[in-house]
Design a protein around this ligand. Structure first.
Ligand SMILES: NC(=O)c1ccc[n+]([C@@H]2O[C@H](COP(=O)([O-])OP(=O)(O)OC[C@H]3O[C@@H](n4cnc5c(N)ncnc54)[C@H](OP(=O)(O)O)[C@@H]3O)[C@@H](O)[C@H]2O)c1
Length: 323
């Protein structure tokens, strides 16, 4: 089968499309024929081997895992003898290791569920990692409640486009921060107010917020706290890539530490794969409350091009790989 692999860390041209052996299917495994996969910053960090502090986990000198991709949508090809939840022919979406490939093995209890009936494979593949991060960041970490003022910094990317819509499902008043070219997109997703960060500084605005979902990580705590209500929560989702050693980790840890003396709370989290939350996202999609934004699709042979664009940090919604 064809799969995107990398033997060494480096720029996107280390990624190669190769013929490799089909994966083995254990008794509790589901083999998925991938129809579409989506790109996430976590893929970019994996093949670049950055930030360097993550190398002990990724592989010190060379990558421990040669395969790339997490998000997927596809069709169940074969199941192990103990699998009862899925059968060949089922259309599924979720996450699986190495999804930039024709076939992926996922444990039955892993993170795949029935694909939303009203989405193409391409649109469904865009959902898992970014959608789960937005859902868990707002609902669980941020404990968003109806009527609250919520600011989404980085509203136009993968996580942000889901976050704006989910914050509206949770009945909050949403302010979206993005660049000029994405103002109309943010409005169309349901944002009540949109701030164009190229011409307006949201930290100097008179509006105060109960919850900030900080996806872009573009502002230090000293500036962010100017717009926080007394008991506000800042959920830090990401940060700038800057710095090969610590990358976004410097911003994440720095913000959390700087917030300690304040009445407001800043908290970082890593989203969890999970079938229950994927089902929650599917229900939102099937009731037309949530719609993935896909800026561009690429064939499997053009994963390096997709990753080069992702690396700019200015994708509108998601980039999808078709297989
Ligand atoms: N904690 C977790 O579990 C988790 C999960 C997923 C992702 N992440 C992290 O979250 C971050 C975003 O992920 P993503 O998938 O949404 O990335 P993405 O799709 O690459 O989105 C980046 C977006 O950031 C916006 N942006 C860039 N500079 C900005 C600024 N100064 N102010 C406001 N917005 C700005 C861009 O919009 P414009 O073009 O309008 O500037 C772009 O649409 C990454 O750091 C990623 O590693 C964390």
């Amino acid at each position: 089968m064809k799969a995107v692999v990398y033997d060494t860390y480096g720029p996107p041209d280390v990624l190669q499309l190769r013929e490799i052996e089909e994966p083995e299917v254990g008794d509790t495994d589901v083999l998925v024929r991938v129809r579409a996969a989506a790109a996430n910053p976590l893929d970019w960090y994996a093949f670049t081997g950055t930030p360097l502090v993550t190398r002990p986990g990724l592989g010190l000198k060379e990558p421990k895992r040669a395969r790339l991709g997490a998000d997927l949508a596809g069709v169940v090809d074969r199941v192990g003898k103990d699998v009862t939840r899925f059968k060949p022919g089922d259309e599924v979406f979720g996450t699986g290791k190495g999804s930039f490939a024709e076939l992926v093995v996922v444990g039955e209890r892993g993170a795949i569920v029935t694909k939303p009936a009203n989405l193409s494979f391409e649109a469904a593949a865009a959902v898992p990692v970014a959608g789960l991060t937005a859902l868990q960041g707002l609902r669980d970490k941020g404990e968003a409640r109806a009527g609250q003022q919520v600011l989404i910094n980085g509203a136009a990317g993968g996580v942000g486009t889901f976050a704006v819509q989910i914050a509206k499902v949770l009945d909050t008043e949403v302010t979206a921060v993005c660049s000029t070219r994405n103002v109309d997109l943010a409005r169309s997703l349901g944002a009540d107010r949109v701030i164009d960060y190229t011409s307006q500084d949201f930290t100097l605005d008179s509006q105060r917020y109960d919850l900030v979902l900080d996806i872009a990580g573009s502002r230090p705590w000293s500036e962010l706290k100017r717009v926080l209500r007394r008991d506000a929560t800042v959920v830090i989702i990401g940060g700038p890539k800057a710095g090969r050693m610590f990358g976004p980790i410097g911003h994440l840890v720095g913000t959390a530490l700087a917030s300690l003396p304040s009445s407001q709370k800043a908290t970082f989290f890593i989203s969890k794969e999970g079938a229950d939350d994927l089902d929650t996202l599917r229900e939102m999609i099937e009731t037309s409350k949530l719609n993935p934004v896909v800026e561009k699709t690429y064939p499997l042979s053009q994963v390096p091009e997709a990753m080069t664009y992702l690396g700019t940090g200015h994708v509108k919604g998601k980039l999808v790989i078709t297989i």
